[in-house]
Ligand binder design. Structure first.
Ligand code: V47
Ligand code: SF4
Length: 376
């Protein structure tokens, strides 16, 4: 008996769960209500089978990784999100790197690094011209490297500060050498929950607009959700639905990255953290619901290496990444991996142990190297 029959003939599942399963297995889209039902009522084996079906339909047995480095320009922030352990409000220590310091970091990177990921706090004194200068200098130093930089929150602020429109801002950043945007700052779109956890930050509507205009300007982006704090399943599904709708319109998202709330050293510490079972449930429902976003990424410095390996059986096809130890956003919030560096051999073995085929990718998911010959 195949896995699918195991679900459809099993006495363990309700008729409505079986209906959802047959929709997924027939490659039909599920509704928001059905996603909510999966969150509340489906068990992990059920979710794993369906998420793996979707994953394999899109990405086969391949699991991707890339060689990147994170640079965090500053922790001085105009906002004071309650879940944040990183900004100067919480850490009580302010720091800002100069452009020369950041360029020096890039200069010293090994040739194998193909991407630089630049994300930091929203500094009150830095506008788009400052950041365009940073990107320009990075580009001069490493002409071939992919520059993925600035969350929608940083973009919105730097563009407004300079009195420009988003289109004008993107023209400047693209000319300087920006290639894509990461997915941070989305948090949770539901306006009431957003008010509780990060009331001063850019609105959900603004986040979505920054990404929509990026896509219209030919700049691909990622998207995220911050889950496991005070939100309910209904809020997660509302968030996924807004992303799915935008992707239907633009096709500009490359990857969705669920970010698990880490509770150390921030104003939401009292909430605690959800279990690893909840992480797997969340990956699987996201994979099943977001049928139009090609990649589901696990950010392993946050959940730990072993959990990242397990996530590959719950819809994940991409592990971020081979990163240096400069990522403070999570280590300060109590990430499982306090020293997030992983060599590519170790990462590849982790993927093989999970029964998948490792593929080193570039930032746009073109293949660089794999155990098998080439992208089929
Ligand atoms: O927006 C902050 C999150 C994000 C906490 O696009 C926290 O490839 C958990 O978006 N617990 C920034 N999460 C990082 C980000 C990211 C990371 C990796 C890859 C990509 C990509 C994007 O970090 C913030 C916020 O949602 N965050 N504090 C915390 N205590
Ligand atoms: Fe600032 Fe980002 Fe922290 Fe919010 S999450 S306080 S925007 S650094």
């Amino acid at each position: 008996m195949g896995y699918t029959e195991l679900i459809l003939k099993s006495p363990n599942y309700t008729e409505s769960l079986k209906l959802i399963a047959s929709k997924v297995l027939n490659k039909q889209r599920i509704t928001a209500e059905e996603a909510i039902e999966l969150y509340y009522h489906a068990d992990l084996p059920f979710l794993s089978i369906l998420a793996d079906f979707v994953r394999q339909s899109i990405n086969g047995k391949y699991a991707f990784y890339n060689r990147n480095v994170h640079i965090e320009p500053t922790n001085i922030c105009v906002y004071d999100c309650k879940f944040c352990s990183y900004s100067h409000h919480q850490s009580k220590e302010s720091w800002e790197l100069t452009i020369s310091e950041m360029v020096e970091t890039v200069r010293n990177l090994g040739d194998e690094i193909t991407e630089v990921h630049i994300v930091g706090a929203v500094h009150p004194g830095r506008d788009i011209h400052y950041y365009a200068e940073l990107i320009r200098k990075v580009r001069e130093t490493r002409p071939e490297i992919h520059i993925k930089a600035f969350t929608a929150i940083e973009i919105e602020y730097m563009v407004k500060k300079a009195g420009l429109s988003l289109d004008e801002g993107y023209a400047i950043l693209k000319e300087a050498g920006l290639n894509s945007l990461p997915g941070g700052g989305a948090e949770i779109f539901d306006e009431k929950v957003r008010e509780v956890i990060c009331g001063k930050k850019s609105t959900s509507e603004a986040w979505l607009e920054v990404h929509e205009v990026a896509h219209r300007n030919g700049i691909p982006t990622n998207c995220t959700i911050l889950y496991g704090h005070v939100e309910k399943y209904e809020h997660r599904v509302d968030h996924l639905l807004r992303l799915r709708n935008l992707q239907d319109k633009t096709s500009g998202f490359n990857a969705f990255i669920p970010l698990k709330f880490k509770s150390k050293n921030n104003e939401l510490s009292w909430v605690g953290e959800v279990s690893v079972l909840e992480d797997l449930r969340n990956y699987a429902v996201s994979r099943i619901f977001l049928d139009n976003i090609p990649h589901l990424k696990a950010y392993w410095p946050m959940i730990g290496k072993q959990m990242a390996a397990l996530s590959l059986s719950f819809g994940v096809d991409d592990l971020d990444g081979t990163i240096n130890d400069s990522t403070k956003i999570y280590s300060m919030a109590g990430a499982d991996d306090q020293n997030p560096a992983l060599g590519s051999e170790e990462l590849k073995q982790l993927i093989r142990d999970a029964g998948m085929i490792p593929v080193e990718r570039d930032s746009l998911y073109n293949w660089i190297e794999s155990d098998v010959d080439s992208n089929p």
